[in-house]
Design a protein around this ligand. Structure first.
Ligand code: NAP
Length: 432
C-alpha cells in the first residue's frame, strides 16, 4: 500500500509513524510549508523547550525509509485532491486548523487588533507571518482576549524579560522587535470567570514566575463557594489555588499581568487606546448574563485569542458550521479512501498527545477498510510535481535547514535561530 498524508504536523507524523512501523506501509507526508512539524514549530511557544523538543522525536519517523517528507507542495494548487486519490491507496488529511476567529465587535478591524494565530505565527517565524515588530514600541498596554493556553503563551512572550527570550530560537528580527517593545501591562480579558478558564495549571503558573512581573487577580472574581467550583474538575481546583494565591500578593514590579474576569468585549477604539467590555455575572442557574455596566480597559493593542478555525481544501468535503472535514470513524464522509485526524477532524482542542491517539485510531480504521493496493509508484507522482515545476523539499532538505538554523544560532550564542523567510528555507532545503 501507498498512502498520502496531508499535513506534516504532529497528527500527520503520528499517522505516518503508525502506518510505516505497525503496518509497513509506504507513506508520503505532504506539507505546503518547506519544513515539517506544524504546530510544534509554529504553535508551541519558543520558551517551551521541552514541548518543542517533541520535534526531535517526530523527526525520527522520517528516518524510516518507508516515510518521505514532501515539503513545499500545496494541495489544490500543485496537485489536486483527486489526483492524490488516483496515485495513492488512501489519503489522510491532518492539516489542522490555522485560521482565526472573529469577535464581531466594532473596531476589531483596526491594524492594532491582531488575531493570536497571526501573532503566534510572527514570533515562531512562520514564513507567511505578518511582521508586527513595528507595533510594539507604540503599546504600553496590550489586552489579550481569551482564557486559554494560547492567551497564556502570547501574554508570556509579550512580557518576559529579554534575558529569557534571548535563549530561545525566536527569529532574530522578532527578538530585536521585542527588545524595542514598550509593553508594560498585559490585560488578560475573559468573558467568564476563573473557574471557567481552559488554562492548564502548569502553563498558568508560569505567569507568576516571570521575573519583574506582578500578576493581579481581583479576589472578588474568585468563586464564593471555592470548594464547589473546584469539586467538578481537578484542573479547575489547581487553577483556582494558583489564582487565589496571586489575589493575595502585593504589587511592586514595573510590569504586570492583570486578569479581567467576567468582561465580555463589546468594542474597541484603538486610536484612543481603549477596549470596552461589558461586565458579566452568573445568574442563579449559572448562566452568564450582562450586568449592563461597561468599563474601559486601557490598551493600544488587542490580541484576540479566542480559538483557531479549520478551513476547507478544494475537492474535499467540509462542514462550514463546525469548520472540520466531516467523518465517521475517521473516514471522510463523501470521499472514498480518505481519512482524517487531528484538529481538522475534531476541532482545535487537546494537547499534542491527544493527536497521537487520534492518528493511531484513524490509521487502524484505514488499514482495516483497505483492499488490494492500486497505487502507482512513487516516481510517477514525483514526475507529475517535477513537470509542474514544484520544488519539493524532502527530509534531507529539512536536515540542511536544521543544521543552518543551529549554525546561525550558535554564531549568536544561541542554540538555534529560526529562519523565517520562505525563499531562504526553500533554497537551503534544496541545497542551492
Ligand atoms: P481555548 O482553550 O478553546 O480558549 C479559547 C478562549 O476564547 C476561551 O476562554 C473562550 O471563552 C474564549 N472565547 C471564545 N469566543 C469568545 C468570544 N466571542 N468572546 C470572548 N471570549 C471568547 O483555545 P486556545 O487557547 O486557542 O487553545 C487551543 C488548544 O491548544 C487548546 O486545547 C489548548 O490547551 C492547546 N494549547 C496548549 C498549549 C500547551 O499545552 N502549552 C499551548 C497552547 C495551546 P469561553 O470558554 O467563554 O468560550
Amino acid at each position: 500500500m501507498r498512502v498520502a498524508v496531508i499535513g506534516a504536523g504532529p497528527s500527520g507524523i503520528y499517522a505516518a509513524e503508525h502506518l510505516a512501523s505497525e503496518y509497513h506501509v509506504e507513506v508520503d507526508v505532504y506539507d505546503y510549508l518547506p519544513v515539517p512539524f506544524g504546530l510544534v514549530r509554529y504553535g508551541v511557544a519558543p520558551d517551551h523547550y521541552s514541548i518543542r523538543s517533541v520535534r526531535d522525536k517526530l523527526a525520527e519517523t522520517f528516518e524510516n525509509p518507508l516515510v518521505r517528507f514532501r515539503g513545499n507542495v500545496k494541495i489544490g494548487r500543485d496537485v489536486s485532491a483527486q489526483e492524490l486519490q488516483e496515485h495513492y491507496d488512501a489519503v489522510v488529511y491532518t492539516y489542522g486548523a490555522s485560521l482565526d476567529r472573529e469577535l464581531g465587535i466594532p473596531g476589531e478591524d483596526h491594524r492594532m487588533s491582531i488575531a493570536a494565530t497571526a501573532f503566534v505565527r510572527w514570533y515562531t517565524g512562520h514564513p507567511d507571518a505578518i511582521d508586527f515588530g513595528e507595533y510594539l514600541p507604540y503599546a504600553s498596554d496590550v489586552a489579550v482576549i481569551g482564557l486559554g493556553n494560547v492567551a497564556v503563551d502570547v501574554t508570556r512572550i509579550l512580557i518576559k524579560p529579554m534575558s529569557e527570550l534571548e535563549l530561545t530560537d525566536i527569529p532574530q528580527h522578532v527578538l530585536d522587535a521585542l527588545a524595542r517593545s514598550a509593553v508594560r501591562r498585559v490585560h488578560v480579558v475573559g468573558r467568564r470567570g476563573p473557574e471557567h478558564a481552559t488554562f492548564t495549571t502548569k502553563e498558568l503558573k508560569e505567569l507568576g514566575e516571570i521575573p519583574g512581573v506582578d500578576v493581579i487577580v481581583d479576589p472578588k472574581d474568585l468563586p464564593s463557594d471555592f470548594a464547589q467550583a473546584a469539586a467538578s474538575n481537578k484542573v479547575v481546583a489547581r487553577n483556582l489555588e494558583v489564582m487565589s494565591d496571586w489575589s493575595k500578593r502585593e504589587e511592586h514590579a514595573d510590569k504586570s499581568i492583570q486578569f479581567h474576569f467576567y468582561c465580555a468585549p463589546v468594542g474597541m477604539d484603538l486610536e484612543r487606546g481603549v477596549l470596552s467590555v461589558m461586565k458579566m455575572k452568573l445568574d442563579e442557574n449559572g448562566k452568564l448574563i450582562s450586568t449592563g455596566d461597561v468599563k474601559d480597559i486601557e490598551s493600544q493593542m488587542v490580541i484576540r485569542s479566542i480559538g483557531y478555525r479549520g478551513e476547507g481544501l478544494p475537492g474535499v468535503p467540509f462542514d462550514q458550521e463546525s469548520n472540520v472535514i466531516p467523518s465517521v470513524d475517521s473516514a471522510v464522509v463523501g470521499l472514498e479512501n480518505s481519512y482524517v485526524a487531528g484538529w481538522i477532524k475534531r476541532g482545535p482542542s487537546g494537547i499534542i498527545g491527544t493527536n497521537k491517539k487520534d492518528a493511531v485510531a484513524c490509521i487502524n480504521q484505514l488499514v482495516s477498510s483497505s483492499s488490494e493496493s492500486k497505487a502507482t509508484s512513487a516516481e510517477i507522482i514525483d514526475q507529475v510535481l517535477a513537470d509542474r515545476g514544484v520544488n519539493v523539499v524532502d527530509f534531507a532538505g529539512w536536515k540542511r535547514i536544521d543544521a543552518r538554523e543551529k549554525e546561525l544560532g550558535q554564531s549568536r550564542g544561541r542554540e538555534r535561530t529560526t529562519i523565517h523567510n520562505r525563499e531562504n528555507l526553500i533554497q537551503i532545503g534544496l541545497g542551492i
